[in-house]
Design a protein around this ligand. Structure first.
Ligand SMILES: [Zn+2]
Length: 132
């Protein structure tokens, strides 16, 4: 018996595929905005002659960071879609209990129940703190 009702499962699939499209569209839009220049992401972005070098490196760093975030998000979405198709969605990866449907719908890529999520965040330390 799949733990999710048909309608929730369909809704999750729809949201995941939509999120994937949106993400790819965002990346694509930024790529097009490059107007044929060398891609901002990559080693070439650092080879800017003159005094603009520092600024260029900062921009490059920001974009690299964003791309990493996007790559992670895309991976999360793909994993969630895979779990949904294999019938594994809605089950906490950590403790095996059902994840509430409301939590799934709020965050379709979620893989753990709230209790385990809090435990994981605790174990990961204070990485999310506002440290500048
Ligand atoms: Zn759990």
């Amino acid at each position: 018996m799949p733990p999710l009702s048909q309608s929730v499962s369909q809704e999750l699939g729809k949201r995941l595929h939509q999120a994937r499209e949106d993400l790819l569209a965002t990346v694509r839009a930024r790529t097009v905005a490059g107007e044929g220049d060398a891609p901002a992401i990559g080693p070439l972005a650092h080879e800017v002659p003159g005094d603009d070098r520092v600024t260029a490196e900062m921009i490059s760093h920001d974009e690299a960071h964003l791309a990493e975030h996007e790559a992670n998000l895309l991976h999360e979405i793909d994993v969630a879609i895979g779990r949904l198709e294999s019938g594994g969605a809605g089950i906490c990866e950590s403790c095996g209990r059902d994840i509430p449907e409301a939590r799934l719908l709020a965050t379709p890529t979620v893989r753990t129940c709230i209790g385990c999520q809090e435990q994981i965040e605790k174990e990961q330390g204070t990485g999310r703190g506002p440290t500048m």
